[in-house]
Design a protein around this ligand. Structure first.
Ligand SMILES: Cc1cc2nc3c(=O)[nH]c(=O)nc-3n(C[C@H](O)[C@H](O)[C@H](O)COP(=O)(O)OP(=O)(O)OC[C@H]3O[C@@H](n4cnc5c(N)ncnc54)[C@H](O)[C@@H]3O)c2cc1C
Length: 450
């Protein structure tokens, strides 16, 4: 047995997960991703059941040089919804697919929840709902906890409690050396700092513990739709409140007050506002706009310091033109206007995710079907996102970093754009934790060995 074909031999070393190759019956289903643009063809897929499994398989992969074959490219898949090709898969290399590691358990005192590295937010909310607590996590059930949190982790609860990384209490990480490390503010604090924004660049995060918060009671969610020609009126309604749907705690009084300008200054052509009694339902609020949509997905985005009418309007005009073509009609441009202060209350530099001045975020998610349009879609999303980032610089004199979870590809968004002012420190830490760049998919940090 030689090279990658010999991966199966690790079961004799105590490996308890699964090894999938192109000859396995589950290969085709396992290489699927949320966006079909991200389906690649790895030579081996490792599905670990434990951190120790990762350690065993990783040491084996890195030891392949003994067969005089180069170290394979190694990719890590959490929820698999990131739409940058090559970020969570690889051609001919090895994928660590964390699909078997999905557990979520609230602590006996209900103050925290411990989540395995491959869990989706649906796994977390199912457990949290049962225990009457909420967790600062993604707005949609199918998103991976790993990829969203380790980039920053924006949540419907961010206005109140900050980002997912701000609520992370500890983590377990398998380093490039195969060593399994438990880290928090006191233990390996540099590693704890680096994974909170450094995504997959420091190791495979096999476990995360987050603070929980009491379930606030009924939550009002839903949507209001307007004619596009009413955009100026919607913007006028937005300004005095700086709060927009779909997440408002409480059932009646507060939602009515918050929504009043959105019903009077601008008249919705439809309203679908309802009350839900758990966070699982919150995370299913956008299902109709996500499922059964064209399979090729391209995402990009920008953080912005304020709501600028001219920027919002020009993005809207671009989106209008682009979606005239039925092939691109499912494309969504989304502005998130949660309260900004909580995220900004953390000092700059307190986590590897560098954006700590008050900000909102915007994302564009283009969806299409025909691969021959990939280039057109890629150029359009990239140029649109650049225009929003340029507006940020023009209006404030400073750029804001972009979490890797919202960025299009490493070809269209630079490593400097992702890590911002924290890049020099991240490069030093990369030299300590991953000196030979075992983790080299996504926004790769070059080790600074000086
Ligand atoms: C419908 C939808 C809704 C979304 N909503 C939100 C939202 O509310 N808030 C938000 O912040 N983002 C949101 N996002 C963006 C989302 O956070 C990113 O797409 C994110 O990268 C997805 O993570 P994943 O684990 O599912 O993806 P993957 O494609 O599996 O991974 C993405 C990256 O994270 C790395 N990674 C994943 N897990 C681990 C791990 N355990 N250890 C080390 N590296 C890991 C991978 O190697 C890869 O580099 C949304 C995306 C979609 C499609």
């Amino acid at each position: 047995m030689e090279g990658l074909q010999s991966f199966g031999s690790i079961t004799s070393q105590g490996f308890s997960g699964s090894i999938i190759t192109p000859f396995s019956s589950s290969y085709q289903s396992t290489i699927q991703r949320f966006s079909t643009t991200c389906i690649l063809k790895p030579a081996v897929i490792v599905e670990p059941a434990t951190a120790n499994d990762i350690s065993i398989a990783l040491k084996f992969a890195l030891g392949l040089t003994r067969y005089h074959i180069p170290v394979p490219e190694i990719a890590v898949k959490g929820g698999g919804v990131n739409s940058a090709p090559g970020v969570s898969s690889t051609n001919n290399g090895v994928v660590f697919d964390l699909a078997k590691m999905k557990s979520a358990k609230v602590s006996p005192d209900k103050k925290s929840i411990t989540v395995a590295g491959g869990a989706l937010w649906s796994d977390v909310y199912a457990e949290a709902d049962k225990q009457g607590v909420v967790v600062v996590g993604g707005s949609v059930h199918l998103v991976g906890v790993g990829g969203s949190t380790l980039a920053a982790g924006y949540s419907p609860l961010s206005g109140q409690y900050g980002l997912a990384i701000d609520n992370m209490l500890s983590a377990q990480v398998v380093l490039a050396s195969g060593q399994v490390i438990n880290t928090d503010e006191k233990h390996e604090p540099d590693l704890f700092w680096a994974i909170r924004g450094g995504v997959n660049q420091f190791g495979i995060v096999t476990q995360m513990t987050f603070a929980t918060h009491p379930f606030p009671g009924p939550i009002t969610v839903g949507s209001l739709g307007y004619l596009g020609t009413d955009l100026p009126k919607v913007l006028a309604a937005l300004h005095p409140t700086l709060l927009i749907l779909p997440y408002i705690e409480e059932q009646k009084t507060k939602p009515d007050t918050v929504l009043a300008p959105f019903r009077t200054l601008a008249k919705p052509i439809f309203e679908s506002i309802f009350t839900v009694n758990n966070f699982t339902s919150v995370s299913h609020g956008a299902d109709s706009s996500i499922t059964n949509q064209p399979p090729r997905v391209t995402t990009n985005g920008a953080l912005i310091s304020d709501v600028w009418d001219d920027t919002v309007t020009s993005v809207y005009q671009e989106w209008l033109k682009f979606t005239e073509d039925p092939e691109f009609q499912a494309t969504i441009s989304m502005w998130e206007f949660s309260h900004r202060d909580k995220i900004a209350s953390k000092p700059a530099g307190s986590t590897a995710f560098a954006a700590r001045s008050p900000h909102y975020y915007w994302t564009v998610t283009a969806r299409h079907t025909n691969p021959s349009n990939d280039r057109k879609v890629s150029d359009w999303t990239s140029n649109l996102a650049k225009s929003v980032r340029q507006a940020q610089v023009k209006k404030t004199g400073k750029s804001l970093p972009l979490p890797a979870s919202f960025a299009q590809t490493p070809q269209t968004v630079s490593t400097q754009d992702i890590y911002g002012d924290n890049l020099p420190k991240l490069r030093k830490l990369k030299a300590r934790y991953d000196p030979s760049k075992v983790w080299r998919t996504g926004w790769v940090i070059d080790p600074d060995h000086s």
